[in-house]
Each structure stands twice: as C-alpha cells, then as structure tokens.
Design a binder for this molecule. Structure first.
Ligand SMILES: [Zn+2]
Length: 274
C-alpha cells in the first residue's frame, strides 16, 4: 500500500495543540481490512476520512476550503482520481466539518450525501438545532486543542452560509439523502447509521467486516477517546451510545483527534457529563 506523504497537521503546529492534546496530534493513518481501506487525514479544523472500495471512493467531511487541495493530493497518492469519488458525505452540519465540501464535490462532480434528517431540514422539515449555549466553553477548549486555527480568507468569505445549522441548504451540489442503514454508493459493506445526539443530523459510517466506525463528532479524541459532551439532544445521544456500543467495532475514526484501535474499543470511550 502506498504511504500518504501529507503533512499531519496544518503547519506551523500550534503550541496549544502540543500542550493540550493528551493523546498526541492526529497523524495520517491508513487502515485496511474486510476488503476496504479507510484513510484518516487530519485537516484544518477536523478530520477528513477517505474510504476506498474497489474503484469507488467516498470522502467524509471537508471542513475548510484549504482542505480541498490536501484531499486531492491524498487521492493522487492513493492512485485515485476525483472522478472516482461517488459522494462527499457530511457527518453532521457543523461549519468545521463542511465548509470545503461543496468545492470538493463540484471538483469531483458528485453529490453531497447528508443524513435523511438533514435533507428533511433543508426541505421544509424541522430545523437543525445548533450546539447548546452551555457548551461554548467546551467548544472553545476543543478549538484550543487544535491550536486556535484561524479562518483563512477563502473560509471567511463563506462562513456566514455555514455557521447556523438552522439556516437554508448552502450547497450548490445536488444533495443525496442517506437513510439509516443505507449502503454508501459504490461501497459494498459500508452503511450509514443515523446517530443523533451531538447534532440532530449526525450520521456515522460503519463497515461490519472491517470493524471500522467513522463517527463524526459523536466521538472525539482529545483526551484518549470520549463520547462528545457537546450535545444538542442528550437523550438521543444516550440511545446512539447504546446502539453503537453493540456493534463489533475495532477502529474508531473520530471527527477530531487520532484514530483509536482495539477489540471492544468503544467500551474504553469516556463518558463526560454534558
Ligand atoms: Zn460538531
């Protein structure tokens, strides 16, 4: 397998990230198993995950316009072209995961795959709730763990369209709604799971044979691996926790922080009061 020689974190590596990241800074990781490959690519504000199956590629999250060339570079090193990307998946509609998605999807000529709940919100259904005000301190701390990344001009020009999850659909690319349990386009074995709690529209991606779980922000790894204490719906989060904990997961690819691996890895996730 070809290594992915991409800088592990936007440089210069910020001091606060070194000081506060107890599990170390995220690095580029490539996992393979069960006939699929999952690549974890640390980007400006959050992780991007690239899933490969045969000729097909699915990209999960792209938080910044400055992440787009990094994803394209990673695809080149993986021997794939943008035209092989079948969808860019939104793990959940928070700006630090989505601001580069439209640019990437247009470049690939593919749809933006959102959970059915997000699709409904953009089509007259109940709006998506933002993170609760009481979580502001936790969110600021998380930003510091990542080194207080500032928004470059290309993101500043767009951020007003992405900051409020309750706003209208900001994407120009066509939306592809994913139902709970639905297989990802062109990716046998990979299924979308609706995982509300951190966000109303949150979805995880799971490959049962490989045991790979891409969690978005339902789990983060700032302190060894924890269920995200930022929750717009704590009750739904509890159900999501129970549901995911019953799955045979061997690797957790979280929305922030390094990949976590091991048998019964989800049992090791910390629970922090919201
Ligand atoms: Zn989030």
């Amino acid at each position: 397998m070809i290594p992915v020689p991409i800088a592990p974190f936007p440089s210069p590596r910020p001091l606060s990230a070194w000081l506060l990241s107890r599990d170390g800074l995220p690095r580029v990781r490539m996992l393979s198993g069960g006939g699929t490959v999952a690549v974890a690519l640390p980007n400006r504000y959050s992780m991007t995950h690239i899933l490969l199956s045969g000729d097909a590629v699915v990209v999960v999250d792209c938080g910044s316009n400055e992440d787009v060339p990094r994803v394209l570079e990673a695809l080149r090193w993986l021997g794939r072209t943008p035209s092989q990307v079948r969808a860019v998946v939104v793990s959940h509609f928070h700006f630090d995961h989505v601001m580069g998605i439209d640019a990437l999807a247009r470049r690939a000529g593919c749809p933006v795959a959102v959970s059915r709940r997000a699709w409904q919100a953009f089509n007259g259904g109940p709006r998506l709730r933002p993170p609760p005000a009481r979580s502001t301190g936790v969110l600021l701390w998380g930003w510091a763990v990542q080194g207080f990344q500032l928004l470059p001009p290309s993101d500043r020009a767009l951020v007003h369209r992405y900051l409020d999850p309750a706003g209208p659909n900001p994407f120009v690319s066509p939306l592809l709604p994913l139902d709970d349990g639905q297989e990802l386009p062109g990716m046998p074995g990979w299924q979308a799971l609706w995982t509300p709690g951190h966000a109303d529209d949150a979805q995880a991606l799971f490959h049962r044979e490989a045991g790979f779980l891409v969690t978005g922000d339902t789990i983060r790894n700032f302190g060894g691996g924890e269920w995200n204490p930022v929750q717009c719906d704590p009750e739904a989060m509890q159900q999501t926790r129970r549901r995911l904990s019953a799955l045979p997961v061997r690797a957790v690819l979280a929305g922030h922080g390094p990949v976590m691996e091991g048998e019964r890895i989800l049992a090791r996730m910390k629970v922090i009061d919201p």
